[in-house]
Design a protein around this ligand. Structure first.
Ligand code: SAH
Length: 256
């Protein structure tokens, strides 16, 4: 038997152990889209470090004596520095507590889960991951957009739009993205959507390509805007983060 493949009882539903950190993906915001294992971890935690995109309602499931530490956006719009979050995770774990790091979506999709794991590992703290429902798939889905659709598209590409095309910090090849013939899903792309759409068109993507912007998916304030790539930035100019942009033929589907 291959011991590296855990049986379900030894896997995500195993009780949390003292002195460990569990990275829990909270899904896009609807408490119903938190996994069973994620909910169980929250219920057992001694300390939870929470982000602003994690489903806040689910925190009501924590034990009354569970310490909830807010490490998301501060009222002034600043963030708690990642180094500080890493320190807190390690500190609480070394004090023998069952620590949960609770984030929106999936911790390994633009969630810094890898960095947190490394920081814990360096301090000798054991880490578990409970994957979450990532908004990169769930936001399109909740808007009725399948990221793949047989006969239409055979894949999807998820990228971050937090720096614009052409920015020296950007590692993305926008010419390649324009040519992939996969659905393109852009996270953190509200601010630079005009530049992103323009870069894709400049690199040869048809400005008539269907696009959609899905705001606050899985939350009561959810909205979506659909339109051709060439106009999507203008059509969605009053959309605020968090929102996911979907570009490709699937964004033009009306399933019902
Ligand atoms: N780890 C998260 C992504 C974090 S980056 C995940 O897997 O979903 C933050 C970005 O995620 C936001 O800028 C937005 O693009 C997207 N996002 C997260 N929650 C969302 C939601 N409920 N609706 C729409 N977009 C969301």
């Amino acid at each position: 038997m291959n011991r590296s493949i855990p049986r379900p009882t030894e896997g995500s539903l195993a009780p949390l152990e003292a002195g460990t950190v569990t990275l829990v993906g909270g899904g896009p915001g609807d408490p119903g889209l938190l996994t069973v294992a994620g909910l169980q971890a929250l219920q057992q935690a001694d300390v939870v470090l929470v982000d602003h995109l994690a489903p806040q309602e689910s925190l009501a499931q924590c034990r009354p004596d569970c310490e909830q530490v807010w490490v998301g956006k501060l009222p002034r719009g600043e963030f708690v520095a990642q180094e500080r979050i890493n320190e807190l995770l390690v500190k609480h774990a070394l004090a023998g507590r069952r620590v949960v790091r609770f984030k929106g979506g999936d911790n390994f999709v633009f969630g810094r889960g890898g960095e947190e794991w490394q920081a814990c590992a360096q301090a000798g703290v054991a880490v578990r991951i409970i994957p979450g429902v990532t908004s990169s798939v769930a936001a399109p889905a909740l808007a009725g957009i399948p990221v793949t659709h047989r006969s239409l598209v055979q894949g999807f590409t998820v990228v971050s739009g937090h720096v614009p095309p052409g920015d020296p910090r950007s590692q993305l090849d926008w010419a390649a993205l324009a040519a992939t013939r996969t659905t393109l899903v852009v996270l953190m792309g509200v601010k630079y959507l005009p530049q992103i759409a323009e870069a894709l068109v400049q690199h040869g993507m048809d400005p008539q390509t269907p696009a959609a912007v899905v705001e606050r998916a899985g939350q009561p304030q959810m909205r979506q805007v659909r339109g051709p790539l060439g106009q999507i930035a203008t059509l969605s100019r009053d959309v605020h983060p968090p929102a996911v942009t979907v570009i490709g033929e699937v964004a033009g589907l009306q399933l019902g």
